[in-house]
Design a binder for this molecule. Structure first.
Ligand code: ASP
Length: 343
């Protein structure tokens, strides 16, 4: 201590100046140590968050697992399967709206508290891509399998081929084909706010471990072969058990450009709250992508303390948040203009 003070004197920095320097270096939130004083608070747990209104039923399933002391990984895997199995959810699994050629292809990924992850992309004919993603994680040396290879792997694991295009989704595709003028511009499929909605789910279990899952049929009427952000670790999902977890929904191309979920976890690592981190990651999109007013992206985040955050470019992003004190459906309620003005 003495030598430190005399060193400062020797180089001409007295105590007041040093305090000022110290103050400056801690005035920015980004430089605070991880979770600072929050370390004193007891963590809220278990917690589970998922995207969109239809995710409520998925959250209920995940909550059952978490509340009985189950692992976050099992909770998210079982939770999102509720949406995959529901033919009325037309943006995930069975009943998912097809691509412009009438083919349903699914993307999914999963990540656990140890940093293990698995993913499938452009998977056809298999109802539960999230289960296949988990098997990729646990039974192969790889992280992602795509297309025919992913399908063959699923079949080798006992899955069977199913027709995922329901009559209702087929009818919507046929109507779209009649009404769409996209044939005049086949290279530029429409990406609008209505025809998508992935389920992204992140959870903190009673043990304090984090995991996440994300599964989708992607953008309706996408180009055949298109893969979005949902199976990309770091884009639609990221989990770091020391820090937190994040997930994304919305225009996958925009999320991929900024690796949104990884970005949010890194912002939390720098000391931001989940809410601040989601807002800053949305701002990264709205500032860098000039057409951001035209599409939707929504983020959810949770930290090790069980604190949560949600933010979106457009108004109307709904999500489900269950913790021991509440069980509810919220809307991030943020408009593009608000996101811009906040910063
Ligand atoms: N992110 C998904 C995709 O781009 C769609 C969505 O979440 O709405 O495929």
């Amino acid at each position: 201590m003495t030598s430190r003070r005399s060193f400062l004197k020797r180089i001409g920095i007295g105590f007041p100046a040093f305090s000022l320097l110290g103050l400056a270096s801690f005035s920015s939130k980004a430089q605070e140590p991880h979770f600072g004083s929050d370390n004193q608070k007891a963590a809220i747990k278990p917690v589970v968050l998922s995207t969109w209104k239809f995710g409520f039923a998925a959250n209920e399933k995940a909550w059952e697992v978490l509340n009985s002391g189950g692992r976050a990984l099992d909770a998210v895997e079982q939770g999102v399967q509720v949406s995959e199995n529901d033919p009325k959810v037309t943006s995930v699994g069975l009943g998912g709206l097809p691509d412009r050629e009438g083919k349903v292809s699914l993307d999914a990924c999963i990540m656990d508290e140890k940093g293990n992850c698995g993913a499938v992309a452009y998977l056809q004919g298999i109802k539960n891509p999230i289960r296949v993603a988990r098997l990729v994680m646990e039974k192969t040396p790889h992280i992602m399998l795509a297309g025919k290879g992913a399908q063959n792997f699923a079949l080798s694991q006992g899955f069977s081929l199913e027709n995922l295009l329901t009559e209702e989704s087929k009818a919507r595709w046929e109507k779209w084909k009649l009404e769409s003028n996209s044939d005049s511009n086949p290279d530029k499929p429409e990406i609008n706010v209505e025809d998508h909605d992935t389920i992204g789910m992140i959870a903190l279990d009673k043990n304090g471990d984090l995991s996440g899952a994300c599964t989708t049929s992607g953008l309706a009427w996408k180009m055949h072969g298109r893969v979005g952000d949902s199976p990309i670790i770091g884009a639609a999902l990221y989990v770091d058990n020391e820090v937190g977890a994040a997930t994304a929904t919305g225009k996958g191309e925009a999320v991929m450009k900024s690796l949104g979920s990884f970005l949010i976890v890194e912002f939390m690592r720098q000391g931001m709250s989940p809410q601040e981190a989601c807002e800053k990651a949305i701002r990264r999109i709205t500032e860098r992508q000039p057409d951001a007013k035209e599409f939707q992206v929504g983020y959810l985040a949770i930290n090790k303390q069980g604190e949560t955050g949600a933010y979106s470019i457009q108004k109307g992003f709904t999500y489900n948040a269950f913790d021991p004190n509440r069980k509810e459906q919220n809307t991030s309620g943020h408009r593009f203009e608000t996101a811009i003005r906040t910063y």
